[in-house]
Design a protein around this ligand. Structure first.
Ligand code: AMP
Ligand code: ZN
Length: 477
């Protein structure tokens, strides 16, 4: 049984779905006014791990992630750049999609843009108007937080300090806890908005941020969904407001499980441009790190923990990644050479079955990834111990098992394929394994001069050879 931490109850709960083996999943997506930073990417990698594990556990997942392509920041940016809003936001959306691909993040089933769903938002605001929980000032429409019971319970707000009605209303989408107040659903056009506005039944203007997610989540996934995700900073005001307005409109529960990832800090401080500790994926790759290493760095700390990112994190991640890749390379070589049938194949089967179970159990426990990875490292260690005793069939099964697990982890197969491509290029497509075989033959014939010459050639391709009692182990560094 899968258990996850639910921010709504502040407890770890068994994952109960609305429909058996089906998950309706909504993630708050990026505001496309700039390149995303690696903190944002942590939020999307967390969802990717969750989704891959749900698939692995035979759930049918429908995943929607919105694209916020209209708000104060996007409008300001497009005016400053003297570009139409759509061109300005599309540029950053394309960059975002490129990052997702490089990080091997599976795309959501749908990525609706806010600007293409204005009618849905207007319809929802009208519904709230009909229910008497809005008011209008100078063409802008506000949600009355006093119209809902329990406003702010999710964010543990002090009920005494909630500011209601005109004196407490706020136009901006993001605000501090102390300012909990009536929030804007529809913003009337002002000259600062330039030519960005929609003429609708509720006037000329544009939607607030919170209404966007309610409208698109309900449109594509239904009035009640299974899981909604985002970073902890979204608990208040964004998710608090999404829930208040959605539940008011439908009189139904908006979401059953709310999941939030912890923040990523850089060198112990909040990431920000002014502190010059703001990393994009491009900054990381320019420093020579593979995006898949960043994936591993971001994934290997439990999603709810604060991740204090430093560049030294790559060293630890690289050690883990190389354990997987070295295993695969050695398995490949042993498959070609394995002549013996392993006497007790049950050992391999047991090793795989036990590891699979432990891996699943760890992730079923609120995505305990560190535990899941440590079971895999134990498995690799055990296989390495007796690799040259396994039959080719069993070795193929081990390799398939690693790839099966990588359907969840998402960093092994892609890195391995890219590595093999690079290796083949370095050897001018001279098969590395035939070089290794030739060296073995030379050693068997005690032609050590030839064996050394071949060894040099192999080392020049970037592969280290460590001779063992019966054979040898290949390593990349
Ligand atoms: P935004 O584009 O600012 O709405 O953020 C997109 C996603 O990234 C949201 O789910 C945020 O909660 C999340 N996020 C923003 N900053 C960080 C950070 N430093 N660490 C982890 N997640 C973050
Ligand atoms: Zn949202």
């Amino acid at each position: 049984m899968i258990k996850i931490y639910n921010t709504l109850s502040k407890k770890i709960e068994p994952l109960k779905t609305i429909k058996e083996k089906e998950i309706k999943l909504y993630s708050c997506g990026p505001t496309v006014y700039n390149y995303v930073h690696i903190g944002n990417l942590r939020a999307y990698i967390f969802v990717d791990l969750l989704k891959r594990f749900l698939y692995y556990s035979n759930f049918n997942v429908t995943h929607v992630m919105n694209i916020t392509d209209v708000d104060d920041k996007t409008i300001m940016g497009s005016i400053k750049n003297n570009e139409p809003l759509n061109d300005y936001t599309n540029f950053y959306l394309t960059a975002f999609l490129r990052d997702l691909k490089l990080l091997n993040i599976q795309l959501p089933d749908l990525m609706p843009k806010a600007t293409e769903h204005i009618n849905d938002m207007v319809a929802l605001i009208k519904e709230l108007k009909n229910k008497g929980c809005t008011y209008e000032i100078n063409g802008s429409v506000y949600f009355k937080i006093s119209s809902t019971k329990n406003y702010g319970v999710l964010a543990q707000l002090d009920q005494q300090n909630l500011k209601e009605n005109a004196s407490g209303r706020l136009d901006n989408d993001e605000y501090a806890k102390e300012n909990a107040s009536d929030f804007v659903l529809w913003k009337a056009w002002t000259p600062n908005d330039g030519n960005v506005y929609w003429d609708t039944e509720i006037g000329r203007g544009r939607p607030g941020w919170h209404i966007e997610c309610s409208a698109m989540s309900m449109k594509y996934l239904g009035e009640t969904i299974d899981i909604h995700t985002g970073g902890v900073d979204l608990i208040f005001p964004h998710h608090t407001n999404e829930i208040a307005q959605s539940e008011k409109a439908t009189s139904k529960k908006f979401v059953n499980f709310l999941m939030h990832n912890g923040h990523l800090l850089v060198d112990g401080k909040k990431m920000s441009k002014s502190l010059n500790n703001f990393y994009t994926l491009e900054d990381i790759t320019k420093k020579g790190f593979d995006p898949l290493l960043l994936r591993l760095v971001l994934i290997k700390t439990h999603y709810r923990q604060i991740l204090n990112f430093t560049l030294t994190d790559f060293e630890e991640a690289k050690k883990i990644l190389l354990k997987f890749i070295n295993l695969l390379i050695n398995l490949d070589f042993t498959i070609r050479n394995s002549k013996k049938e392993y006497a007790n194949t049950d050992n391999v089967d047991n090793l795989i079955d036990e590891c699979r179970k432990k891996f699943k159990d760890a992730l079923s426990d609120d995505l305990n990834i560190s535990m899941a990875i440590s079971h895999m490292l134990y498995f690799i260690k055990e296989v390495n111990k007796s690799m040259d005793l396994f039959s080719a069939t069993k070795i193929k099964e081990i390799k398939e098992f690693i790839f099966e697990i990588d359907d969840v982890l998402g960093f092994v197969r892609k890195f391995y394929n890219a590595y093999m491509d690079r290796l083949n290029k370095k050897t001018n497509n001279l098969n590395i394994y035939s070089l290794l075989e030739k060296r073995e033959q030379a050693r068997a014939l005690k032609d050590y001069g030839e064996a050394d010459r071949l060894r040099e050639k192999i080392i020049n391709c970037g592969l280290l050879i460590e001779d063992t009692k019966n054979s040898y182990i290949l390593k990349i560094e």
